[in-house]
Design a protein around this ligand. Sequence first.
Ligand code: ZN
Length: 138
Amino acid sequence: MKIIRKYKFHAAHRNMGLSGKCSRLHGHRYEVEVVLDLTWTVCGITMEFQHIDAQLNPIFNSLDHYTLLESSDPISDLLGSTHVIQFPFPTSVEMLALYLFRECAEIMGNSVFELRLKETESGTVIVNHSDIKGFPSK
Ligand SMILES: [Zn+2]
């Protein structure tokens, strides 16, 4: 049985490897859907939703209202560590989706079936276990 839990966070980022508008610092209201594949337990439920949220919310809260930058981005030093979270990869929606999937899977294991990260009204990235192969580990 699939269960979807929804989360959101606001963050700024840029992709300095691109030449267009995405290379400039800007922000998004990221919307996340975590699809869980759960089996029946007791009392007619799979897992209490509040229990799922208690495990996954810290992941999204840890990014909320921060600037997410690739560690080699020179503006990281200008903004300072209280405003910036650095990543060893470009903070595109694709890479952030893989990162978030890995973080969720580290907590909830194979129960995490799929993660959908919506960066704009017209763009959502969907990742699953097969996409995470080759993604850098911590
Ligand atoms: Zn963006």
